[in-house]
Design a protein around this ligand. Structure first.
Ligand code: C2E
Ligand code: MG
Ligand code: MG
Ligand code: MG
Length: 280
């Protein structure tokens, strides 16, 4: 296993190593280079308020533009970045870039940034967030941090402290992929989340669509009684949208509205909207 080998103990093309391990080591090396050359880009996917079908924010989703392999998905490299600690400098860049991008958008549009457990546990995390806000001029009220349940599994006291500190500045905290981890409900009592993002698996699986709808209904009801906004992820069809609307969800996100798009495209689209609004 690649991880058990000491640093530099094996050459990249060690014939003893299986292909997966080699590919992994190459990717790890390339990831270090990518950080140095800033080979990452942020794409943005709209968050849609169901009341007036208005876009009220965008989620930043990182992509890696690899010199040979093209655009690489975060599902491939975020785990490697987490294991190697590279997620800390990468996460700093993501926060800074997302705040800069959002600062140029209309003031009612927020940005949501995914934060991994490793990043959040790092002692400089709160500082990084506050510096990103200060240097971009983005108001804390326009920043939402998305964390997953795994964040709350360990080291809870210091993590809760960090989250509370950030939330007091006006930053919102969302729990991502809600319903896929452990003890989801108890976490809602441990920390005052502003939003839960109900995992896309609940709208995805057609076979269990009825169960999915029942779970969404229950979570929306729970959110409403706790004063937490509920968003349903992964809406791909009009039928799913209608079902989720009927269950009372406040926000949605998914390919039906838009896939994640490069920052420049979002900026163009928002500028077009502003112009039309001004002309009207
Ligand atoms: P996530 O935060 O739950 O993000 C939602 C993922 O679902 C995104 O995948 C998005 O493109 C995808 N998605 C959105 N709508 C639909 C839909 O209608 N159908 C389907 N099938 N998928 C949809 P993506 O961009 O590949 O990101 C995957 C995961 O990687 C994210 O899940 C998040 O956990 C992580 N990630 C992405 N960007 C970052 C980042 O900047 N930092 C950290 N720490 N993690 C990130
Ligand atoms: Mg997310
Ligand atoms: Mg999610
Ligand atoms: Mg996810």
């Amino acid at each position: 296993h690649a991880k058990s080998l000491g640093r530099g103990a094996a050459s990249v093309f060690d014939p003893q190593m299986d292909e997966t391990a080699q590919a992994r080591i190459i990717l790890e090396r390339d990831l270090r280079d990518a950080l140095a050359t800033k080979a990452f880009e942020l794409h943005y996917q709209p968050l849609v308020e169901l009341g007036g079908d208005q876009v009220n924010g965008f989620e930043a989703l990182v992509r890696w533009r690899h010199p040979e392999q093209g655009l690489i998905s975060p599902a491939t490299f975020i785990p490697i970045a987490e294991e190697t600690g590279l997620i800390v400098p990468l996460g700093d860049w993501i926060l800074d870039q997302a705040c800069r991008d959002a600062a140029s958008w209309p003031s009612h549009i927020s940005v949501a940034v995914n934060v991994s457990a490793v990043q959040l546990r790092h002692r400089t995390f709160a500082q990084t967030v506050l510096v990103a806000l200060a240097s971009s001029g983005l108001k804390p009220e326009r920043l939402e941090l998305e964390i997953t349940e795994s964040v709350l599994l360990d080291d809870t006291e210091s993590i809760l402290e960090t989250l509370h500190l950030l939330r007091r500045t006006g930053i919102r905290i969302a729990m991502d992929d809600f319903g896929t981890g452990y003890s989801s409900l108890s976490y809602l009592r441990r920390f005052p989340f502003d939003k839960i993002k109900i995992d896309q698996s609940f709208v995805r699986n057609a076979d269990s669509a009825a169960d999915g709808a029942a779970i969404i209904r229950a979570l929306v009801g729970l959110g409403a009684s706790l004063g937490i906004t509920t968003l349903v992820e992964g809406i791909e069809t009009e039928a799913q949208l209608a079902a989720v609307r009927a269950e009372g969800a406040q926000q949605v996100q998914g390919f039906l509205f838009s896939a994640p798009k490069p920052a420049a495209e979002i900026a163009r689209m928002l500028a077009g909207h502003e112009k039309r609004a001004a002309a009207a």
